[in-house]
Design a protein around this ligand. Structure first.
Ligand SMILES: CC(C)(COP(=O)(O)OP(=O)(O)OC[C@H]1O[C@@H](n2cnc3c(N)ncnc32)[C@H](O)[C@@H]1OP(=O)(O)O)[C@@H](O)C(=O)NCCC(=O)NCCS
Length: 192
């Protein structure tokens, strides 16, 4: 067999060839959350409360409680951002709150981030958490803390590491959800 014929036959049949890659059309805008966003945010969060152990909540908060937390944290100056599609649908959110409910912790923000399942793994987490870090810096925060489940939250651990958070502590088996024990990893980033 000639070398040129051999090369031709090595090309896989059409059905076995990978589909031509399409340009990624994932578009979003990041902006501060407003009270009108809360029902959609709570709906997104409910999904993770009911179906995952990345949150230690076992029952989603009521909209009323969610709203009062939002008002409280906004008054304290803790940033809360949403990402939305060009048509205005919520794709994800990232928010901060007082790390512990004692006033001397006021320069330390505990952050959380949740994306809708269809919006994960496409770089939005990185963009949204990056924007939250900038917003915390502008708000004069000194430290950011993320408390992350020690199993099942690999994407979150990777994301936080990648944006400069370092592990500052671990506690094993402090949560019990869906019939199993779960620990936490504390990730911390110094802002100034
Ligand atoms: C965690 C979450 C915010 C990450 O956002 P994302 O948009 O999916 O992640 P990105 O595409 O921006 O990728 C960020 C990093 O995580 C990595 N990553 C993404 N998905 C991953 C996965 N399933 N497993 C391991 N690493 C993953 C990426 O490779 C990237 O790493 P790099 O910066 O070193 O290249 C998002 O997946 C999510 O909302 N998950 C469900 C809810 C959740 O776990 N929230 C956090 C609670 S603490």
């Amino acid at each position: 067999m000639l070398e040129s014929e051999y090369q031709k036959r090595r090309r896989p049949p059409r059905e076995a060839r990978p589909a031509p890659s399409e340009p990624d059309t994932f578009q979003y805008a990041i902006r501060p959350a407003v009270e009108e966003d809360l029902p959609a945010i709570l709906q997104l969060y409910r999904h993770y409360v009911r179906n995952s152990a990345v949150t230690f909540d076992e029952k989603p908060p009521t909209l009323r409680k969610f709203r009062s937390q939002f008002t409280h944290n906004s008054k304290l100056g803790f940033p809360f951002l949403v990402a939305e599609s060009p048509s205005g649908d919520l794709l994800g959110y990232a928010r901060t709150q007082l790390f512990r409910d004692k006033s001397a912790f006021r320069h330390t923000a505990e952050s959380t981030i949740y994306l809708g399942p269809a919006s994960t793994g496409r770089g939005l987490g990185r963009a949204l958490l990056g924007a939250l870090i900038d917003a915390c810096r502008e708000a004069g925060m000194k430290e950011m803390i993320a408390v992350i489940a020690d199993s099942g939250a690999e994407a979150s651990l990777r994301l936080h590491k990648s944006l400069g958070f370092t592990e500052s502590g671990r506690m094993g088996k402090v949560g019990f959800k869906f019939g199993r024990w779960i620990g936490i990893v504390m990730m911390q980033k110094t802002l100034r």
